[in-house]
Design a protein around this ligand. Structure first.
Ligand code: ADP
Ligand code: AMP
Length: 222
């Protein structure tokens, strides 16, 4: 199965992806994670991306499309299915993704739109903590780690993302409304959109989604 996860920052895309990775055995491809890895390794791409990420703006389309194209065409692990998290974020990215997937005859199955309200988003982003070692995502109140500032999965140190501050969150929300909301319409027109109430608990969101997948399978939709 090939999925796209859409929704505002903090809707819970990465968290749902971690749950689906277990239950559906799909590869989790997050452009945000890929870009942060490039920055950590001090690569050319990382240096180009840093200024945009720090300000909460989008990294130029060409750069992220190149990263995704390499991953989808060059990485054997993605053959059995994947979830794209944080990509596409512009109409151009969505069109280029269709072009790439058209070339390899692997169309997307679903675009999952995780709809969340603003107070929920702000609470989630403000308390988000991420593991420096494995990238696992926690929350100081909603999903605290067992030991303070220590990852339950690998024991790594938890940190707060530099772009999870109030001013940058505001910019990211504006960028989302201007650039990424139109992508939702793009997939709706293709009949691939599945809307989820992402204000709910992540296990509940996962449950609703698995039910949709099962019903569609029975109807031979996918
Ligand atoms: P996104 O990938 O959409 O930016 P994340 O998955 O990183 O969002 O989640 C943002 C924060 O909200 C994290 O701290 C995560 O633990 C928390 N979170 C995610 N989904 C839920 C949920 N359904 N209920 C409560 N907290 C959540
Ligand atoms: P995320 O981890 O998805 O919240 O992304 C963090 C930041 O990485 C964003 O605010 C952007 O600056 C950048 N980024 C991630 N994915 C994309 C994308 N598809 N297009 C442009 N910029 C992106």
């Amino acid at each position: 199965m090939r999925l796209v996860l859409l929704g505002p920052p903090g809707a819970g895309k990465g968290t749902l992806a971690a749950l689906l990775k277990e239950s559906l055995n799909l590869v989790h491809i997050s452009t945000g994670d890929m870009l942060r890895e490039e920055m950590k390794n001090g690569t050319d791409i990382g240096r180009q991306a840093k200024g945009f990420i720090d300000k909460g703006e989008l990294v130029p389309d060409d750069l992220v499309i190149r990263l995704i194209e390499q991953k989808l065409i060059g990485d054997k692990q993605v053959r059995h299915g994947y979830m794209l998290d944080g990509f596409p974020r512009t109409r151009k990215q969505a069109e280029d993704l269709d072009r790439i997937l058209g070339q390899i005859h692997q169309p997307l199955d679903y675009a999952l739109y995780m709809e969340a309200t603003l107070p929920v988003i702000i609470q989630r982003l403000g308390g988000r903590r991420v593991c420096r070692g494995c990238g696992a995502v926690f929350h100081v109140h909603n999903k605290p780690s067992r030991k303070k500032n220590m990852c339950d999965v690998c024991g790594g140190e938890l940190y707060q993302r530099a772009d999870d501050n109030e001013a940058t969150i505001r910019t990211r929300m504006d960028v989302y409304l201007k650039n990424t909301r139109p992508v939702i319409e793009y997939y709706k027109a293709q009949g691939k959109l599945e809307k989820l109430d992402a204000d709910k608990d992540s296990e509940e969101v996962q449950g609703v989604l698995m039910q949709t997948f099962n019903e569609d399978r029975k109807l031979n939709k996918h």
